[in-house]
Design a protein around this ligand. Structure first.
Ligand SMILES: Cc1cc2nc3c(=O)[nH]c(=O)nc-3n(C[C@H](O)[C@H](O)[C@H](O)COP(=O)(O)O)c2cc1C
Length: 183
């Protein structure tokens, strides 16, 4: 098993998405009796915004293609993903490699990988909540990975900005879910 572990929160040691993504990776390693982990911290070492020249460098894409399992820590910033994570997405959605357009529409070419995404959100965005229409993190990431042929799993800690008790309960629930998911 080769795991690509990606974090994107700017919150360092106080980050919920980092704690949950780490728990998922730890559990996967336990369940599979080890494996290789490649770690990419997009906050500590940001990828530059996409340029035409950047398409010549396939190192980020190659790292993604080499992994059979991808674990991503994804906090919600301003109702969507951090720009650091978007810069990574810009390097893995490559026509002809991870997807292609056919006469029948787009076709994903990156199937066969397991992708698990640890979401951390300050509020609640359930389907019937008043803020549901502002949820552009989980919906976006699901759409992106579906587009390249992958159905991602999500572990979510929500309501983290409501107060300390809600935060603690939400993170505990997500950590518990990460154990079940890895099993
Ligand atoms: C710059 C910034 C923007 C944020 N925007 C939102 C937002 O639009 N909606 C929301 O529910 N929470 C928002 N939050 C709260 C974060 O989603 C929440 O603090 C979450 O825990 C961040 O993940 P992390 O703990 O892994 O850093 C924002 C936080 C920051 C720092």
């Amino acid at each position: 098993m080769t795991i690509l572990h990606i974090d994107s929160s700017i919150n360092g040691g106080n980050s919920a998405s980092r704690a949950i993504s780490r728990s998922i990776v730890d559990q996967l390693m336990i369940e599979n009796g080890g494996g290789d982990v490649v770690y990419r911290d997009l906050a500590a070492e940001p990828l530059p915004h996409l340029t035409l020249d950047a398409f010549a460098d396939s190192s980020v894409l190659d790292e993604f293609l080499a992994a059979d399992t991808v674990v991503i820590g994804a906090p919600m910033y301003n109702f969507t993903l951090p720009t650091q994570l978007k810069a990574w997405i810009d390097r893995i959605l490559i026509a002809g490699t991870t997807f292609r357009y056919t006469a029948n529409g787009p076709e994903g070419l990156a199937g066969g990988k397991r992708v698990i995404i640890a979401l951390a959100r300050g509020g609640f965005y359930d389907a019937n909540s008043p803020a549901a229409a502002l949820e552009h993190l989980e919906t976006y990431l699901r759409g992106v990975f579906n587009f390249i042929g992958i159905e991602p799993d999500f572990v979510a800690a929500d309501g983290l900005a409501i107060g300390p008790e809600q935060r603690s309960a939400s993170i505990d629930q997500a950590l518990g879910q990460s154990v079940r998911l890895a099993a």
